[in-house]
Design a binder for this molecule. Structure first.
Ligand code: 5AD
Ligand code: SF4
Length: 457
């Protein structure tokens, strides 16, 4: 059941949440929005119109970090809205940068009222209430591990009813050598399966068509729960709620077990799309990254999944320019990308993160070399994706309609089972709004690198 402990009252107040980074952050933002609404605040259309501004932050790469400090800095002199009940705008910074920087963030940005950590979500309404009482007294609250009420008990404020994120684990135990996440999100904790099923069932009863199970590494679900239930059990149970589309992210290749792979062949509503970050194609670099698999092992997983589900679309994450990466290491990454034929590749330039093992490594790759490799990889990815999308011309795909297309207001946009973005023409007789949240069939007539175009059949 949803609850906010000792709800303060923010009647007449407005809030605005700016979210950076991963799906987990976006989900956290839905919980924060839900708890502020439960206190009577309403969502503002912009920061200018908000009495409470909340930043949910990401520190996985340096650029995200810089952008956050720039953004928060830039609203220092934003005028307070005329009918504010407080005569002041309160600013809170949470998420991964909040957790990492704590008090030092307030020292740097002295117009920030509250800094809160990744384990302090349930406290946000009280923190605002406290700041109002003390006229914007600056506070930093950063718990080192989960404490107090569970963030999963907070009310949700979902932007639309037809799709939902459902976190099944929080934190990460892997310590990939480049990654800051285990330091700011803490150790992996699995959510009890009963809670997962009950939330999934609530979504289905509310008319939700698609659920995406979330975790830094969903495949290790249950390790902290005496070894069972495991991730395959979660898939079975959530599937049994009657959800029309089931997805999950993210998977670590070392933990993708055969029982999970088998579900791609047996669970009818498990979508044929798998995000399987490889990070590098070089065994030497994979070892330095502490990833615990080789190029060969990764490719054999891909083959196994493809055999189980021939229509599956793979996506991945790749880091270019990890310390010590030679041209030959890069070439192995390049060849792997070519061999797998990904539907989508998220390419990242290596960014040293203070406190991680890789940040201590001295054999850094010069920026111009990294840039050149990065550009070559992006070109390959674009060519691959373009070719895959072209192969869909003439076929019919089912999409979950998300709303009007930004490209053309007489078209709708949605995603295919393989997670391609699809823009489709609507028959003159159909009302565009009535299609929102429906699953419809689209005949594909054209393909671009980043989307398919067609018409509803
Ligand atoms: N530098 C560059 N990319 C990184 N990622 C994580 N940490 C770093 C880093 N320090 C990438 C990985 C991960 C994705 C979410 O972000 O590819 O899978
Ligand atoms: Fe970071 Fe590795 Fe954990 Fe993913 S699995 S969050 S890359 S430490």
């Amino acid at each position: 059941m949803s609850r906010v402990l000792n709800n303060p009252h923010f009647d007449g107040a407005t809030f605005f949440i700016r979210t950076y980074g991963c799906q987990m952050n976006q989900h956290d933002a839905e919980r924060l929005g839900g708890s502020l609404k439960a206190c009577g605040a309403t969502e503002a259309s912009s920061m200018e119109n908000a009495d409470f501004v909340v930043f949910v932050t990401c520190c996985v790469r340096e650029r995200a970090d810089e952008r956050l400090y720039g953004q928060v800095g830039s609203i220092k002199n934003l005028p307070v809205r005329s009918d504010s009940p407080y005569g002041k705008r309160y600013i809170a910074v949470g998420g991964c940068i909040g957790q990492r920087d704590g008090q030092s963030l307030i020292d740097r940005l002295n117009h920030v009222d509250i800094v809160f950590g990744t384990h302090n979500l349930p406290m946000l309404p009280q923190l605002f209430a406290h700041a109002i009482e003390y006229g914007g007294h600056q506070m930093s609250v950063v718990a080192s591990e989960k404490e107090g009420a569970s963030p999963f008990d907070l009310p949700l404020d979902r932007p639309h009813p037809w799709s939902a994120w459902l976190p099944i684990t929080s934190g990460c135990n892997n310590f990939c050598s480049y990654c800051i996440v285990p330091y700011v999100r803490g150790r992996e904790i699995s959510r009890p399966i009963e809670d997962i099923i009950s939330e999934a069932q609530t979504f289905v009863n509310e008319g939700t068509k698609e659920i995406t199970l979330l975790g830094q590494n969903v495949n290790s679900y249950g390790r902290d729960l005496y070894g069972s239930p495991r991730f395959a059990d979660v898939l079975d149970s959530v599937h049994a709620t009657g959800i029309k589309r089931l997805r999950f992210a993210t998977s670590h290749p070392k933990d993708l077990t055969d029982d999970v792979i088998a579900r791609f062949g047996t669970l009818e509503h498990l979508m044929p799309a798998l995000h399987l970050p490889v990070q590098s194609g070089s065994d030497r670099i994979l070892e330095a990254m502490n990833r615990h698999y080789t190029n060969k092992q990764y490719r054999s997983i891909i083959e196994k999944v493809r055999k189980t589900c021939p229509s599956i679309a793979f996506s991945t994450d790749i880091i270019v320019g990890f310390p010590g990466e030679t041209e030959s290491d890069f070439q192995q990454t390049y060849d792997l990308v070519k061999q797998v034929g990904y539907q989508q590749v998220y390419t990242f330039i290596y960014s040293p993160r203070k406190g991680t093992v890789a940040a201590q490594m001295e054999n850094t790759v010069p920026q111009d070399v990294i840039r050149d490799r990065f550009d070559r990889l992006v070109e390959l990815v674009n060519d691959n994706v373009h070719a895959i999308n072209h192969s869909w011309i003439g076929r019919t795909v089912e999409i979950l309609v998300e709303g009007p297309s930004k490209k053309d207001p007489r078209m709708i946009v949605g995603h295919s089972p393989q997670n391609q973005t699809v823009h489709a023409k609507v028959p003159a007789t159909a009302s565009l709004r009535s299609l929102e949240g429906q699953i419809v069939s689209v005949h594909v007539s054209a393909a671009k690198t980043w989307y398919l175009i067609g018409e509803i059949v």
